[in-house]
Design a binder for this molecule. Structure first.
Ligand code: HEC
Length: 106
């Protein structure tokens, strides 16, 4: 019985850790991000943002830690993207998804 209890405690700590990191919306796409873009006239779904985020994680964290989008202005990102995309193998449409994701977080 004690063993089961401690397993349950470990499990619930683990679950709440996951919940916490999922709750951090600094990086992770959330529904409001898609709504924000939609209200500015673009048709963007949460799935689109999630795909962009995945590409961002997979292709933009090999040389440095991920940059939190909000830490820079849109103008700054616009200036940085071309140079950074040259360092990846992202296709033009994948680059577009990364941009949409980053801009949804500003
Ligand atoms: C091949 C290595 C490499 C890859 C891949 C890479 N970067 Fe970088 N990145 C760098 C280096 C080196 C710097 C710092 C020096 C510089 O700015 O050139 C940097 C700097 C940055 C900066 C800070 C620049 C500034 O002036 O604020 C941002 C933002 C950034 N990268 C975003 C990205 C994004 C987005 C991607 C994916 C599309 C990416 N990086 C992929 C090497 C890389």
């Amino acid at each position: 019985m004690g063993k089961i209890n401690s397993r349950l405690i470990v499990l619930s700590v683990f679950v709440s850790l996951i919940a916490c990191s999922a709750g951090s919306s600094l990086l992770r796409p959330v529904a409001e991000d898609a709504l924000k873009l939609q209200s500015s006239g673009r048709i963007v779904t949460l799935d689109t943002l999630k795909t962009g985020f995945r590409l961002y994680v997979d292709h933009c964290s090999g040389c440095h830690n991920l940059h939190v989008p909000k830490e820079k202005t849109k103008e700054h990102w616009e200036a940085v993207f071309p140079e950074m995309f040259l360092r990846t193998k992202l296709s033009v449409s994948q680059q577009e998804l990364v941009k949409i994701y980053v801009y949804s977080k500003l």
